[in-house]
Design a protein. Structure first.
Length: 335
């Protein structure tokens, strides 16, 4: 992917959020009674105040990072910064759009919140589904064969791009947006299949999909016309009639325990923890850095912008992920 293509992809913005699955239903006017407001107070997302974006670590610091990783077992923890070059938005980077995430309690507690979610999701799905691995994904997969041995890539992302790039094994800590899970019978199904079904149920929206997608891309603060589509129809689970929800972890919801257990097992088997593209602001990712500290495992953090775990890093590196990872590839003689 050329640098100009990456810049264009990075501007894809809100539509690629697939309806801002992390955008609160209370942030836009809705017809009828409002969604439930119980549950945890969700944090607002946007650029971090006072952050120094664009810093670049020295060549000597980057070489020191490669030396720590070389020929060792490494657990890799990745965040949204891995996928910005693929056109998917991050949450606290320099270009992040301020917004508040939808909670699990909102989604499950009110039909209107689900209608708004699925309407926005339908508008954004095709763009999201076109996202492809960027240079950072591809370089990480190569480094897992050339520089170190990954015990796992533990990702907070829901886009499946690590798997598409060839990383193995990958643990989807927050689930996958290309899957749908019934909240009653736990059955998994395809998001693409559901997308086709919802287009058939909402022919007026289907006919205007390109225009609505363009409108959503121009209205990152939640004022897109699709936000006013309160008549959107969505189906129940075809097996039991339960509520269908994207197979991702919303705020107020816990990650699946078997995935968390596998992630901690990968960390226990690792000699180094490498953190890529995550601000580590939420406990979901930060807990692995804390656990690495308790087991005296070195921690290397690479991110453009500050992280909550900067004081805990054995080595803190700054820079664009694709640039640094490709430089590390070159140290192997195979890049």
């Amino acid at each position: 992917m050329s640098s100009s293509t990456e810049r264009e992809a990075a501007r894809a913005g809100p539509a690629a959020d697939v309806g801002r699955w992390f955008s609160s239903a209370t942030s836009a006017p809705l017809d009828g009674p409002g969604p439930t407001r119980g549950g945890p107070r969700s944090p607002a997302w946007g650029p971090m105040a006072g952050a120094e974006y664009g810093r670049q670590s020295s060549a000597d610091q980057l070489a020191a990072g490669a030396d720590i990783l070389r020929d060792r077992a490494v657990a890799v923890l990745t965040g949204a910064g891995m996928s910005t070059a693929s056109g998917l938005p991050d949450y606290r980077g320099r270009d992040a759009v301020p917004r508040s995430p939808m909670t699990y309690q909102e989604f499950m507690g009110h039909d209107l919140a689900r209608r708004r979610y699925w309407a926005r999701s339908t508008v954004g799905w095709e763009q999201f589904n076109r996202a492809r691995p960027g240079h950072a994904h591809l370089a990480l997969a190569a480094l897992g064969e050339e520089l170190f041995t990954p015990t796992a890539v533990i990702t907070q992302n829901v886009d499946g791009l690590h798997q598409a790039a060839g990383s193995d094994p990958v643990l989807d800590l927050h689930g996958r947006l290309d899957r749908v899970r019934c909240q009653q019978c736990d059955a998994l199904s395809s998001r693409s299949t559901l997308h086709a079904r919802m287009l058939a149920m909402n022919p007026e929206l289907a006919a205007r999909l390109p225009a609505l997608a363009a409108d959503a891309a121009q209205a990152p603060d939640g004022d897109a016309e699709v936000d006013r589509t309160s008549s959107f129809r969505y189906p129940p689970c075809p097996l039991c009639g339960g509520i269908l929800k994207p197979d991702v972890v919303f705020f107020g919801e816990s990650a699946r325990p078997e995935i968390v257990a596998a992630a901690f097992d990968a960390l226990e088997r690792a000699e180094v923890l490498l953190v890529l593209g995550s601000s580590l602001t939420v406990q979901s990712g930060l807990r692995f850095v804390r656990a690495a500290g308790r087991q005296h495992t070195p921690v290397v953090i690479l991110n453009d912008g500050p992280t909550r775990a900067d004081p805990d890093a054995t080595l803190r590196l700054h820079g664009r992920l694709e640039v640094v990872l490709e430089r590390w590839r070159q140290t192997t003689g195979l890049g």
